[in-house]
Ligand binder design. Structure first.
Ligand SMILES: *[C@@H]1O[C@H](CO)[C@@H](O)[C@H](O)[C@H]1NC(C)=O
Ligand SMILES: *[C@@H]1O[C@H](CO)[C@@H](O)[C@H](O)[C@H]1NC(C)=O
Ligand SMILES: *[C@@H]1O[C@H](CO)[C@@H](O)[C@H](O)[C@H]1NC(C)=O
Ligand SMILES: *[C@@H]1O[C@H](CO)[C@@H](O)[C@H](O)[C@H]1NC(C)=O
Length: 511
């Protein structure tokens, strides 16, 4: 367009000069004329040159820069007062954790906190109702955040018949944490307050990956809902469930702290701390920003179905670990969660990410949940089926059925041939020679129902090895499930699988 316009403006000028030449007669006149023509030509050319530049600039600014032009003054105003440190990407040192705990359950629950909290790298406080004994021999001093005692809330009304008034104390943790910071800490750039319960376990690297998406200078209330549709109806579809954890940006924490005590007085009949928080958020007009990697896990029984088919988003937290069965068989709950910390360290972005592939020779469907488990199914299941969590877990409300989940699930198959063979992670390491992670999965030896299908029996496999390059930038790209490929081997009892970014044109096609 730009080029065309220039051409068309040049042409008439050239035409005019050439027509001038054709009208001249020989002799002196001609020389004068030629001189005149040359001068006019030069003047015209100069004019074109001098006007074409601003003209070009106008065009570009009209084409694409106009939006930028509008933004420029605002940008300048923002950049003037901030220091270089402000432009750093959000990291763990910008977060202050507030952990809601009770003295009654402290002895047991502190073990969950120790799994993920690293006092040397993180800031935060455990907020308790009263003093507890900090045992030096159990490594409490070195491995737990400092303990704080919540302020006296006996002057607040609490009228809910089913709940406990500790909800008031817990709902004030963000405000109390903010007030608890000394000015030096504030200067050290607090950007986010992250709340969790004493039975919440965070994958902090993924928490940071999520927080980096948001501008900490704006007001944000980030978290996720309950798995239970009924819970979301009773409480709110606009509430961040406290156990799954939630994040509040610094400016929002400041705004909240200025009004929260008055706000809480207006809702004495609410049940918990997180609904009190949401009531105040609603008064502030700040909606929930949903990040479904925070997991409240309002379910009973076995989390397997949920952990084996995680949505394509970073895994941020898990909760209700005392309510559900241990996530690895034949282990205490705390040890089972600790086991997950090895893959967490080696490739946190890929933790519990699902990939689906087919062994076309044996007609099996394989679903990998990296760092946790691999399932082998006889026959072919489409990716859209495998993406749905199987209902290995039970509803929070015992009488509610599968229609009461706030997401799609699939039933656990009753056909003995369709019972998956489950291999749990037994070992994960990084192989520096191969420059890749090597995770092994072994089958928990439980009896498998007999199947008469005439096809390869996955029972012959007792070990699965998954190769996967660490991919710390997985979440800097648009979300996409990794691809997996079954590697052909001569050994019948081991399955080798490669997991990684899908290659150009690679699709998980049902065989
Ligand atoms: C809290 O305050 C009330 C009255 O203001 C007082 O009776 C009570 O003893 C206080 N509780 C604690 C734990 O200090
Ligand atoms: C469970 O763990 C114990 C001790 O670690 C071990 O002796 C036992 O064989 C395990 N049972 C199964 C079924 O794996
Ligand atoms: C190892 O893999 C990473 C990511 O795939 C890559 O950036 C790095 O260059 C590799 N290192 C070597 C020594 O091959
Ligand atoms: C693997 O299984 C095939 C078919 O069942 C059999 O023919 C072969 O001998 C087995 N290989 C090994 C190494 O056991």
């Amino acid at each position: 367009m730009k080029g065309n316009k220039k051409d068309s403006s040049e042409k008439p000028i050239w035409d005019r000069t050439s027509s001038n030449i054709s009208m001249t007669r020989p002799g002196r006149l001609m020389i004068w004329l030629l001189l005149f023509i040359s001068v006019t030509y030069i003047i015209y050319t100069l004019k074109i040159v001098s006007t074409s530049h601003p003209c070009q600039e106008d065009l570009t600014s009209y084409d694409s820069d106009s939006i930028l032009h509008h933004q420029r003054p605002a940008k300048k105003a923002l950049t003037v007062p901030v220091t270089a440190a402000e432009h750093e990407a959000t990291d763990l040192n910008h977060v202050v954790f507030g952990i809601a705990a009770s003295s009654k359950l402290w002895k047991h629950r502190k073990e969950y906190i120790k799994i993920w909290f690293k006092p040397k790298k993180m800031r935060g406080y455990v907020w308790l109702d009263k003093e507890v004994k900090i045992k030096s021999d159990a490594g409490d001093q070195e491995n737990l955040p400092p303990v704080r005692i919540s302020g006296n809330t006996s002057s607040f009304r609490y009228t809910n018949k089913k709940g406990h008034r500790s909800a008031i104390r817990i709902s004030r943790i963000v405000s109390e944490t903010l007030m608890n910071l000394d000015s030096e800490e504030k200067k050290k750039n607090v950007r986010w307050f992250v709340m969790g319960d004493d039975d919440t376990v965070f994958v902090t690297d993924n928490l940071i990956r999520v927080l980096r998406k948001y501008d900490h200078e704006q007001m944000y209330y980030i978290g996720s809902l309950s798995e239970s549709h009924l819970q979301n109806i009773f409480f709110s579809y606009g509430m961040a469930y406290g156990g799954g954890g939630f994040a509040i940006s610094y400016p929002l924490a400041v705004a909240l702290s200025k009004m929260q005590d008055r706000c809480i007085q207006r809702y004495p009949a609410l049940y918990g701390s997180d609904d009190r928080m949401q009531a105040c958020m609603a008064e502030l007009g700040v909606p929930l920003t949903k990040e479904i990697g925070f997991h409240q896990y309002d379910v009973h029984g076995n989390l397997f179905g949920l952990l084996a088919a995680h949505p394509v988003i970073p895994f941020v937290s898990m909760h209700h670990l005392d309510v559900v069965e241990p996530i690895f068989p034949n282990m205490t709950r705390v040890r089972a969660i600790k086991k997950l910390t090895t893959p967490m360290k080696i490739d946190s972005a890929g933790l519990l990410q699902q990939s689906i592939c087919y062994d076309k020779y044996k007609s099996w469907t394989i679903s990998v949940s990296w760092g946790y488990a691999v399932q082998v199914f006889r026959g072919s299941f489409s990716p859209r089926e495998m993406e749905m969590p199987s209902r290995t877990f039970l509803n929070w409300y015992k009488r509610a059925d599968y229609t009461a989940y706030a997401f799609n699930t699939r039933p656990v198959s009753r056909n003995p041939c369709q019972t998956p063979f489950v291999f749990h992670m037994s070992n994960v390491k990084f192989d520096p020679q191969l420059n890749t992670t090597v995770s092994e999965y072994t089958r928990h030896q439980d009896r498998h129902p007999a199947c008469r299908w005439d096809m390869a029996n996955p029972e012959e496999i007792n070990n699965i090895v998954v190769y996967k390059e660490p991919d710390p930038h997985l979440w800097s790209r648009s979300p996409r499930r990794n691809c997996c490929r079954v590697l052909q081997t001569k050994r019948n009892n081991t399955l080798w699988i490669n997991v990684g970014v899908c290659r150009a044109g690679e699709v998980t096609e049902v065989k």
